[in-house]
Structures are given as C-alpha cells and as structure tokens.
Write a protein that binds this ligand. Structure first.
Ligand code: A2P
Length: 293
C-alpha cells in the first residue's frame, strides 16, 4: 500500500476528533500531501522546566494516534507558513491520554528555543506516524533488560518503563541515566518515588525495575560515565547482578553519537549483536538522542 493510501486509511480509521486535536487540512496536492495528511494540531496542556535548558511538556493526543513504547514522533511548529518538524521520543506510555515530550534547548536551534517558550494552550504540530528502533520486539528473549541513556536520551525509556509488557518479558529492568550535573536528572523523583508507588505499575516496578542515576561532573552517590561503569564492572557490582552477558542480558541505548559509538564498542567486545534491521531481533538496539543539527 502506498504511503498516501495508508495515510487515508489512517484518516478514515480515526475516531471522532476531540475539539482540542484537529487535522491540518492539506493545502495543495503533490509530494507534500502525504506528510500534511498525517499532521495534527495538538494543544499544550502543561510545561515543566527541569533546569534552564531541559524541559518537559504535555499535549493533547489524537485518539487515533498509536505508537509503540520507545518510538518517536515528528513534532514541530509552523514557522514562516511551513511546518518545522523534528523527531522527539515519546515519554508518555502508549496507553496514556496525553503525549509527553522531553526536550533540551539547543542555543540558536531552529525549533527547540521556540518549543522552550511554549505555554499551556499553545498549539504544536504532531505527525501521527511513529517510528524508531528502540522497540522491545527487536530484542531477542533475555533475562535482564538494561536501558542506557545519557541526557534527554532518557525520554524513550520513560515510555518503556511504564509499559507492563516489558515486565512480562524480563526478570529485571535496569534504567541507567547518566548526566553531567544533578539538575539534569529529569524525572529522578518520578522514577525513584512515584513510579514505585503507582497504583497499577508500582508492584511490578518495585519488584523488577532498578533506577541507577549517575552524574559525571559533580559529586553524587553514583558517579561516572556508563562506559566506565560497565567496563569496570561497578554498575553490575553495585546492583548485585552478574556481569553484562550477551547470553542473558539485552540492552537498549539512547544518547549522543559519541556515547553510542563508545558504548556499542563496549558491548561488541562482550559479544553482543545489534539488531540489524526492524524485524531481525538482536541482543541490543540503538537510537540516537535527537538534537537539532
Ligand atoms: P561527561 O561529563 O564525562 O562528558 P552530554 O550532555 O554531552 O550529552 O552528556 C551527557 C552525559 O553523557 C554526561 O554525563 C557525559 O559525561 C556522558 N557522555 C558524553 N560522551 C560520552 C561518551 N562518549 N561515552 C559515555 N558517556 C558519555
């Protein structure tokens, strides 16, 4: 089926639209049509700063929008009459009513400074076609799942740790978030206190989820880059888990290109195989944390 046909199907399949979430009418035919048919206007419902550059915001969600935990959506704003869109991993779980995004302002970037100025009630554009490689289906069965994030690479893992299916597949889920400074530890309170007390997920999260925040440029209870923590054996030692082992452990990576390259090398040396492409499961999967170029 062509992309246009599937876009039309999606439109036909759409449940009644909420007043707060509306389709952008295609302005003109041609190649841009496919993209426009998939664009929706959503309304910002809340914003939350974590520090002077990192922030979270929530929006309404079109009821027809479906995504898998760990995927990203193209998100943007109309700029000079055209949609300016960038990829953002979805923080919210796939069953939640709102969409939630974690962003960092890239100084002089075309989009992120504008997103940083958003206020409740403002409109954003959301493309309804999710994509991304951080999906549990592309991992072979294993005992423990390690989620390694730096900076805003945490975003897709928040969706994943709120997905009950991940706890069905793995005995242990270890979320490691590495940042430069303490205020960069977005969602620290949520992960350490609120999720373990959540009405629906609390019990399984208390039993299976381990949250391990680590800081590299100031004193903290856990310090150091993920690469060093894995190579030295400190991470697994601190957690009382066996050393990372390709036979039993599965890994998802999300961070800067440099972090991904270094951590991939660490995993490759330990005999881990990356998933080659969608539908060909591996022992680990990788996604770049999106930052504006
Ligand atoms: P460091 O403070 O030692 O540079 P950034 O904000 O640059 O994306 O970094 C987020 C976190 O990722 C920081 O704690 C940083 O550590 C760490 N980091 C940066 N580059 C790498 C890398 N190549 N491998 C592992 N961790 C990295």
């Amino acid at each position: 089926m062509s992309e246009l046909a599937s876009a039309r199907l999606l439109e036909n399949d759409r449940r009644p639209t909420q007043a707060s979430s509306s389709r952008v009418e295609p302005g003109h035919p041609g190649p841009a049509l496919n993209k426009l048919v998939l664009l929706h206007t959503e309304r910002v419902t809340s914003v939350r700063p974590w520090n002077d550059r990192v922030f979270t915001f929530c929006t309404t969600r079109d009821p027809g929008l479906r995504f898998r935990s760990g995927q990203f959506l193209m998100l943007g704003l109309p700029v000079e009459g055209k949609p300016l869109m960038r990829a953002y991993s979805v923080v919210s779980a796939n069953y939640e009513e709102r969409l939630e995004f974690l962003c960092i302002e890239v100084p002089n970037g075309p989009l992120s400074p504008r997103l940083h100025r958003l206020q409740p009630g403002d409109e954003v554009l959301v493309n309804r076609k999710p994509a991304g490689t951080l999906v549990a289906d592309d991992l072979l069965p294993g005992r423990r799942l390690y989620l390694f994030a730096t900076g805003t690479g945490l975003a897709p893992f928040l969706s994943i740790v709120k997905d009950p299916e991940v706890y069905e597949r793995f005995e242990r889920v270890v979320l490691v978030h590495c940042v430069r400074h303490l205020p960069d530890l977005a969602y620290q309170q949520y992960l350490s206190q609120e999720l373990p007390r959540d009405e629906f997920l609390g019990e399984v999260a208390r039993e299976k989820l381990i949250y391990y925040p680590t800081v590299t440029r100031e004193p903290f209870r856990h310090e150091g880059r993920i690469t060093s923590l894995v190579e030295s054996g400190k991470l697994c030692g601190d957690l009382g888990l066996p050393p990372l082992d390709a036979a039993e452990d599965r890994v998802m990576l999300c961070g800067s290109e440099a972090m991904l390259a270094d951590l991939r090398a660490v995993l490759d040396r330990r005999g881990f195989r990356v998933n080659a492409q969608a539908g060909e499961p591996g022992q680990y999967v990788v996604e770049k944390a999106f930052a504006e170029k």
